[in-house]
Design a protein. Sequence first.
Lengths: 479, 352
Amino acid sequence: MINQTDIQATLKQHFGFDSFRPGQREIIEALLHGDAALGMLPTGGGKSLIYQMMGYLRPGTVVIVTPLLSLMQDQVARFNYLGEKSVIALNSTMDAQEKFTILAHLNQYRFVFISPEMLSQQSVLQAFQRIQINTFVIDEAHTLLSWGPDFRPDYLELPRIHHELGAPSLLLLTATATPAMQEDLKGRFDLGAAQWFTYTESSDRPNIYLHTEELTNQEDKRQRLQFLVHQIPGAGIVYVSSRKMANSLAEFLRHATGKRVAAYHGGLDNVARYRLQQQFMENQLDVIVATSAFGMGIDKDDIRFVIHYHLSQDLANYMQEIGRAGRDGQNAVAILLYIKGDERIQQHLIDASLPTDAMIEGYYAKTLSQRDIGEERARLLDYYGQHNLSVPAIQQLFAERRVVREADLAKMVRYAQSRSTLRPLLLGYFGEKATSDFESIGMAKWELSAVELPERPRVAPSESKMDWTTILTKLFKLS
Amino acid sequence: MNPEFLLTLFSKQQPRRSHVIFALLKQQTTGSAEYWGLRYQLLDWFGLLPQLRKNEYEHALQQLQQNKDLEQTEPGLYLLTDKGAKAQAQYANEHYLPQQNASRIQYQTGIFMPLFLQANQVVSEWSYHNRQYYPMQASLKQRQSIKQWFKKQDKTQLVGNWFETLQAFLATLPEKTANTLAASWVGHETAGLNYDQMHLPEAWTDFDFYLWQLDQYTALLAYLEKHVTIENPLVQLYAVVGKRTQFPASMQTSFDAAKAGQALTDIAQTRQLKLGTVQEHLLTAAIWLPIDQFPYEQYLTDDLKATFAQKLTDPDIDAWRFKTVRESADIQEFFNFRLYAIWQTKREQGYD
């Protein structure tokens, strides 16, 4: 039996820490005790340490289901960085031969990251059935609810897959789940004799100053963004809703503020993305203009501001995105810039991901093809088609889904338009109460000094003006 | 990929098949695609974009059509419009077009490039004795190759040799080219720069930079081949990739036998292949080889040439149709017809 001393020694040996962050020890002990665990820990609260510890505390392979490819690769890089080599990411970028080799030697890996799509494949599932699973982890578990029914049907299969794997020790991790979402999540899994252990840490990030402004038109919003980016010192992220916007705003900010700004989105190739991450980490880049679907993997702890130039999909996502600020515990600021009608972008995204009644009918009647309704929608409908649901039942399902998403978007808009308080609205979404005046609303109330940001961080010089001999000398420590 | 780039591959005079161009970019080897690649003088673009997705390609074509840069003359066949021809010229003016296509295919530069960037990072971190860093992303295959390569290296010589080779190579390049290439490298406390962080032409996109890099790494490989011996760590890294063999083994065997004078029917029989397959092997060899390296005279007799010359009178070889010369069901007839077209194309394009 593993005791307290073993846990403490493992923490010290692998991570160099003397103590846990809130929730980590509790969840690890529950898993060792045979419970299933749902851990709701704030972004930056050290969720990955929990499953890493499990990998060192008992034998078998820790399987981590992760939604995004970029996130998966970042995690593997982080494990490598910590000296862990026995880790692999199984995903769609692999060729058949690679996949085959890995599946044949699956038990040699201590940690396997995998996408839900890959895990749903029969041959893959069979390979996992043959090995001893230490813990089955679903990271960003809220995506099981928020993405599943829309465009990642394979997420819906995870409870069945968990069952088919013989219901191994289960760990659901999320930073953002309302009490209702937590219950919904837990209800989907068959635990056998095991019990649920739930650890909920408040979603609140008291060191993040909240601020919103409603502006009258696009040009004002752009000017305001320019002012804020120019004014607030330290590293920052600006969130926008499209790649095109990320590119054009990055260019605008570069010229208008003189800061070092780059666009960061899914259209970048791996190497370009790697360079930007490293530049940002090393403070050679001041501001990143990012699309929200991307960059879940950034692990920089001294980000001082997050500005939303567009609305998030809902408050859960908003929380997740602003949660990248101030991970070092020092003060930081989260600003939302809004103009009436901004919600239309999100509304379009809802429309684009959910099929209409006519599409559903036409697709099943074969009068509409995948080409007509789009690949994502077709994949969803194929999924439901395989589950023998009637057309009206499927239409009903999507109608309900639309209602939920639109209601969530309405709450996001209410936050943007609030004239009284912010934190209670944000935390209210997670079923929490909040009292704090570390926030302000409106341009007139904005005062940078109220945020009490820490001292200006080290700014590293850019590499742009070096000649090749200097670069070579620096790269290889030669002269 | 930049949609306008595709204009480079179309012509104002010669209607071209979009699926042929797609197959060439993807390095899909079918006899017909390669024949038409020869006709369009596009064989040099072979395998430039192995990752290109059909959807992306078709979408780009649609966009160019909507823009009135391309027009469809019959299903699947496209011609540049006047506007398109201007756009093509403008594109060539503002953007980067690969200069070293033939060598790039031979060296398989596209496979070497990411491998080099990885290895370069590994050597750089090693020179600082640093083991704690975020490795660049790589496929499992790449990582295993690098691991094996690294294990084999003499660690006392590695950093010095690596550095000196790169130094000598960069010195052969124009100053600005060398600066740009070196600035893109990732290593110890060196994040490297993206194309838009360097002083490159305003209109360039990541695609231009990709093509530009392919040329630079092709130049590096040519340099290695000429100046450096097998013990060099860069040469050993390149050994993981290696040069592309000109033809697949089976095709080479057919071709060698044919060159030695064996009849195609005999080759088919001994090798237990269909005659059509052997013919395909020979046609492909003819397409890729210079005119003097293929034994045309073994198949295209003077009589045959005279008959073809009489019947195939259209000066535009694209317009030749097999039915014009077809006399029986013998598949040798198609082989002769196609080979004649290849021979004439090579003469017309000045390969002789």
